[in-house]
Design a protein. Structure first.
Length: 500
């Protein structure tokens, strides 16, 4: 891969007719001469409008963008993207669904920036963030100037930008990708959420390869059922988005995806079963794992500095994706080894205490089970877990989370997470119902999360492992009427310091 890059020229204004063409055959211009109007950018947020922009009047859950069009025009919008023509003195493009064409419109304005990047997408219930971080590190080891788009943060050529959502809105995403190219970025890793796929946020984004990690119970507050959730994930593995899918076929949904995907599939197995890429000779310790990645182009020994068999799977997916896009296995292995951790993912908090404390984002039954089983494999001490469940999210997983915590730990403290608009005690009661189904389990409930963490730390003995799960990297707690500072890692350090 090249070690030097050339920076592309900034996007230049384009005629509205070109935007209409990008929006598809059902797009109509408001007048014969409207197509000559030049636009410089696209936004769906009237507060962001500046002179020369195209304002996308997207209907939303809380408000309709058409109602904000007068304000956008007043702020200098040169044109509107609408679902019905409005009585306003600017040219307009009418389409059946603004949400579904914002991506193509923005990609046209920004000169299709994803086509100029080695862009790797990652989707799945668990492991997206870790795999994206590993991929960014692999790209850097291969000589790329890198970018990252994900849950924790966005990075452009090494400069972090706080993340707002896992997959940005379509207009923001295309602007971000153009910003990456203008900053000299040549390779990037991006998390792709099921929400982003369902809502059309990644339309007109071209990935050189797309990775599927796994699928388990999650987001059923948004998706009708697991079939709908799977269909959203599957939609990424289409020629409109990528020529090749890197699929974890150890996962049942991954095996199904491999047989249904409309593109070439690289089957990946961390369990060593027959696949295009598989892990063998796995050696695990408390700090991480070493394994042999057997690829279509050869084999390479890989060290991943992240504990747990699930991180062997994440690392193998990253190596297989690198192999699929022409990155040498040795460079991929060097990139995996260079990734020393992901914020809030099996993150150690060390204040000199005689036991281990790990903070992890695990907030699904499968993710929590993976973390606790992985800790069990490398620890001879007891496992103490703190876990809650978020409000305004799928309520069906709450009893399962309580049951997993009770079954797979030696002591569990059930508590609150981000209750949002719901009654935190009602959420906790649902978790208690699941924990109560486990005969002989040792658990207790403490609604106050800070106090719950304190109970777990007080319970720990030398050699034990305390897992504080659910929030990971998050620095706030979302309550009914406010958002308050709350970082599990900071709370642990504070409580350990007070105890010392």
């Amino acid at each position: 891969m090249p070690s030097t890059v050339t920076t592309s020229a900034p996007a230049v204004p384009i005629p509205l007719r070109d935007v209409a063409t990008a929006c598809g055959p059902r797009a109509d211009l408001s007048s014969a001469d409207a197509g000559t109007t030049l636009v410089t950018d696209v936004t769906h947020d009237s507060r962001q409008v500046t002179a020369g922009m195209l304002f996308a009047c997207r209907p939303g859950q809380r408000s309709d963008g058409h109602d904000h069009a007068p304000a956008a025009v007043g702020a200098g919008a040169a044109a509107l993207l609408v679902e019905r023509f409005l009585d306003l003195p600017v040219p307009q493009v009418r389409v059946p669904s603004v949400a579904q064409v914002m991506g193509p419109a923005a990609a046209a304005v920004h000169n299709d920036p994803s086509s100029e990047l080695l862009l790797l997408g990652v989707t799945g219930t668990n492991g997206k963030t870790t795999t994206a971080y590993l991929l960014e590190s692999v790209l850097a080891a291969a000589g790329h100037v890198t970018g990252l788009v994900g849950t924790i943060e966005t990075r452009v050529a090494g400069t972090p930008i706080p993340g707002v959502r896992t997959t940005p809105e379509a207009t923001d995403l295309q602007r971000l990708l153009r910003r990456m190219r203008d900053a000299g970025v040549t390779g990037a890793a991006m998390e792709v959420s099921s929400h982003g796929l369902s809502l059309g946020r990644v339309r007109a984004t071209r990935f050189r390869a797309a990775v599927f990690t796994n699928l388990s119970l999650e987001h059923l507050d948004f998706h009708a059922d697991m079939e709908d959730y799977f269909a959203a994930k599957r939609s990424l593995f289409d020629a409109a988005y990528t020529p090749v899918g890197i699929v974890n076929t150890d996962d049942p949904y991954g095996e199904r995806l491999a047989s249904e995907a409309a593109v070439e599939v690289v089957r990946v197995s961390a369990r060593g079963v027959p696949a295009h890429a598989r892990a063998t000779a796995v050696e695990a310790d408390a700090e991480g794992s070493v394994f042999t990645a057997r690829l279509r182009t050869g084999s390479v020994r890989v060290r991943v500095e992240l504990p747990g068999m699930f991180n062997v799977a994440n690392a193998l997916l990253a190596v297989a994706a690198a192999d699929a896009v022409g990155i040498q296995p040795d460079a991929a292995a060097a990139g995996i080894a260079a990734c020393r951790g992901v914020p809030g993912r099996m993150e150690r908090v060390d204040a000199g205490q005689p036991f281990t404390v790990l903070v992890d984002y695990a907030h699904t039954p499968e993710a929590l089970a993976n973390v606790l089983r992985s800790v069990r494999e490398v620890s001879s001490g007891r496992i103490v877990v703190v876990i809650g469940c978020g409000g305004d999210r799928d309520p069906g997983k709450r009893p399962l989370m309580g049951r997993v915590a009770a079954e797979l730990s030696d002591a569990a403290v059930l508590t609150s997470d981000n209750p949002r608009s719901e009654d935190p005690q009602a959420i906790l009661d649902a978790m208690i119902a699941g924990a109560a189904e486990v005969p002989g389990a040792r658990w207790r409930a403490e609604l106050d999360r800070r106090a719950a963490i304190g109970l777990a730390l007080d319970t720990a003995q030398p050699g034990d492992v305390v897992v504080v799960a659910g929030k990971g990297h998050e620095a706030t707690q979302e309550l009914r009427d406010r958002v308050v500072p709350f970082d599990d890692r900071a709370i642990v350090r504070e409580l350990l310091g007070a105890a010392a």
